[in-house]
Design a protein around this ligand. Structure first.
Ligand code: PSV
Ligand code: MN
Ligand code: MN
Length: 386
């Protein structure tokens, strides 16, 4: 196989999971903007997600958020997805929207609240059993706002205890992905603030516990690709929540704010052997002011472009330059790949897969946007149902 053929073959295998909540209305704490044609239930979210897969050929699974996507019959929901050519992906837990969770969920000082949160997490595993999902994605809003508010170490103990109970419940082929975030909604301490804390808990739990890197969950200036390289070396990178940020947890389209960072991350993924089904590429985004489905298509394409560039890095030349201490040449090799216009290559890949080379244009021509705007009245907010 020529090198280019190998790059194309790799690109054809790439799968990006889209989040059900990205199809719903969203906004900031100041305003949620309603858009025409937004889904009214989880079934319609899957219909939209299927369109993203239809035109990109690269978004075969859809993440659910419980209870935002609560359904009476999860097997029926999974069937609905499969009839449209997609599958249900990670089940995201939600222990942050009830009044009970004001002081935290599984780290809460009151055992009754901890029990309630744990029961929710166990219910998420029941849902995984029904949908065939393999990943439970855990993000905890737990933390404190004021020094002295609660005991930092005791909260870590409660976290470890709760995670262990959920870990025990995982079945064959199921895993838990622990997500960290450095602040928000807690402002003084966060119970899982960084990759180190997530890693320490996952290491103790065992091989079914892996760390998730949400690209929007770091302090400005953090070298995310270093974290990726380290987690891969340790066999603990479970996946990504991709999005872009300028300031905090902005949840903008991945690859929009800093495509170079995305390239550097993807290079480390490939370098570290993480371009494999064990590392889940998921989006975690909200489209507040832009049309949602084309924005998600654009996001999938941005991941593909960064991946294509990372695959094109001449690793032999890079290795030579690194070994000989040729700093400028090593940097130039990397930049050559980054500066390559990979859009024609990806257009070719799509044509070879029987797809339109321009997924956004194909979506626009399909008439889906007009159809849903006409048929769906009263679309829901991303967090609806909680
Ligand atoms: C938290 O900021 C987060 O990134 C987690 O992944 C949540 O599940 C998601 O956003 C949706 O609120
Ligand atoms: Mn996330
Ligand atoms: Mn987030």
């Amino acid at each position: 196989m020529t090198e280019l053929a190998a790059v194309k073959a790799a690109l054809k295998t790439q799968a990006v999971e889209t989040p059900s909540w990205a199809y719903g209305n969203s906004g900031t704490r100041f305003k949620v903007f309603a858009q025409a044609g937004v889904p009214r239930d989880p079934y319609e979210k899957l219909d939209d997600a299927a369109k993203v897969h239809e035109f990109t050929g690269a978004a075969p699974t859809v993440a659910l958020h419980i209870p935002w996507d609560k359904a009476d019959d999860y097997a029926a929901l999974a069937k609905h997805a499969e009839e449209r050519g997609v599958k249900l992906g990670a089940i995201n837990s939600n222990t942050f929207q009830d009044d009970d969770y004001k002081l935290g969920s599984i780290c809460h000082p009151d055992a009754a609240v901890r029990r309630k949160a744990l029961d929710h997490l166990l219910e998420c595993v029941d849902i995984m059993d029904a949908t065939g999902s393999t990943d439970l994605k855990l993000w905890f809003a737990d933390g404190t706002n004021y020094p002295g508010q609660d005991d930092i170490r005791a909260r870590q103990d409660r976290l470890a205890e709760g995670l262990a109970e959920v870990y025990e419940r995982l079945g064959e082929g199921q895993r838990m992905l622990l997500e960290y975030k450095f602040f928000e909604p807690a402002f003084y301490t966060t119970d899982v603030p960084d990759w180190g804390t997530a890693y320490a808990h996952c290491l103790k739990l065992g091989p079914k516990a892996q760390v998730v890197v949400d690209t929007g969950h770091h302090a400005p200036g953090t070298n995310i690709e270093f974290i990726v390289a380290t987690l891969l070396r340790e066999g603990k990178l479970g996946g990504f929540d991709f999005n872009s940020r300028f300031y905090a947890d902005d949840d903008l389209m991945v690859g929009a704010a800093d495509p170079f960072q995305l390239f550097r991350i993807m290079y480390e993924v490939i370098r570290g052997g993480g371009f494999s089904p064990e590392v889940a590429f998921m989006l975690d985004q909200c489209h507040n002011i832009e049309a949602k489905i084309p924005a998600i298509i654009r996001s999938v394409m941005n991941v593909q472009e960064a991946t294509a560039k990372a695959l094109l890095v001449d690793r032999e030349a890079l290795g030579e330059a690194q070994k000989s201490g040729d700093v400028l040449e090593a940097n130039a090799v990397l930049m050559d790949a980054y500066n390559t216009d990979v859009r024609p290559l990806l257009a070719e890949v799509r044509e070879e897969m029987g797809l339109d080379p321009d997924p956004i244009a194909a979506y626009r021509r399909s008439g889906w946007a007009e159809k849903i705007a006409e048929e769906r009245v009263g679309g829901q907010q991303a967090g609806w149902g909680a």
